[in-house]
Design a protein around this ligand. Structure first.
Ligand SMILES: [Mg+2]
Length: 251
C-alpha cells in the first residue's frame, strides 16, 4: 500500500494528525506500507516521525530515493539521481521567466524562498517555503493558476530534458525526465518483487498534470482522495474489506 504524503496523510508541511497516523499504522500491520512524496527526507521525517510505525518505508524526492528504518534511524537503501549544473540553472531560469511573464503571482506575499533545490528535484513553491498552511490552501484550490504556469514551463526548451508536474498545494516539481512518482513506484515494486496489481496507491493529484498521475499509468490500482479525512476513512474501509476476504499472500 503506497500513500502520497501531502494532501493525503498530512496537510502541506504540517505533522501527521493522530487519526491519519492511526489509520496508516493500522494498515501497516497487514500490509507493506510506503509513503512517497515530492519532499526531501528531512521534511518527510519532520512531518511523520515519531507518529508512524517504523516498518513504513519513506520515499522522498518523488520516489527517486528509498529510506528504511533500522539501527535507530532511516537509512538510504537506493537512489542517486541528480540534475547536472546546467539543467539546474535552466530549470531555475524557467521558473523565474514564467513567473515573471504570467504575472499571476504579483501582489502576492511571499514567505521564504520560492525555488528550492532538492538535489534530484527542484521545486517552485508559489507562496514560498515557509507560507502558512491557511494561505496555501486558499491560493490555488482548483490548480488553475499553477496549470497556467505549467503549460508555459512545458513549452520551454528545458522541458525536453525535464519533467514538470503539479506538486503539493502551491508547488510545481521539476524532476529528471522519466523520474517521477510513477518511476518511483515501479522501482519500489521491482525491489520487493511485487506486480502492479498487487499494490494500491492513494493520492490526491491523480488528474493529468498532477504529480500522482504517472502512478496511474503504471497499472497500479489508484484511489483518489480529497484530503486527509478521506484517507482515514478509506483505510478503515480497506482494512475491513480486505480482511473480510481470505486475502492471498502476495509474496
Ligand atoms: Mg499530494
Amino acid at each position: 500500500m503506497i500513500f502520497d504524503m501531502d494532501g493525503v496523510l498530512t496537510n502541506s508541511k504540517l505533522p501527521i494528525g493522530e487519526e491519519a497516523a492511526r489509520a496508516v499504522n493500522g494498515i501497516s500491520v497487514d500490509f507493506e506500507v510506503a509513503i512517497i512524496s515530492g519532499s526531501k527526507i528531512e521534511q518527510m521525517k519532520a512531518q511523520l516521525v515519531p507518529y508512524i510505525d517504523k516498518r513504513i518505508l519513506l520515499l522522498p524526492n518523488s520516489g527517486t530515493k528509498m529510506f528504511q528504518f533500522f539501527g535507530g534511524d532511516y537509512n538510504l537503501m537506493y537512489g542517486t539521481a541528480h540534475f547536472t549544473k546546467r539543467l539546474k540553472k535552466e530549470i531555475i531560469e524557467g521558473f523565474k521567466l514564467t513567473r515573471h511573464e504570467l504575472k499571476i503571482f504579483e501582489n502576492t506575499e511571499i514567505y521564504g524562498e520560492q525555488i528550492e533545490d532538492r538535489g534530484s528535484q527542484i521545486t517552485f513553491s508559489a507562496l514560498g517555503q515557509d507560507a502558512p498552511y491557511i494561505r496555501k490552501i486558499a491560493f490555488d484550490p482548483t490548480n488553475e493558476r499553477r496549470t497556467r504556469m505549467l503549460q508555459e514551463l512545458r513549452k520551454l526548451p528545458v522541458a525536453r530534458e525535464v519533467e514538470f508536474n503539479l506538486g503539493g498545494t502551491t508547488s510545481i516539481d521539476a524532476t529528471p525526465l522519466g523520474l517521477n512518482k510513477g518511476k518511483g513506484v515501479e522501482r519500489l515494486l521491482d525491489e520487493y518483487k511485487f506486480k502492479p496489481y498487487e499494490a494500491f496507491f492513494i493520492g490526491d493529484q491523480l488528474d493529468k498534470g498532477g504529480n500522482d498521475y504517472p502512478v496511474a499509468e503504471t497499472g497500479v490500482p489508484c484511489f483518489r482522495v480529497f484530503g486527509v479525512p478521506d484517507t482515514t476513512y478509506l483505510c478503515k474501509y480497506l482494512g475491513r474489506t480486505l480482511s473480510a476476504f481470505d486475502y492471498p499472500e502476495v509474496r
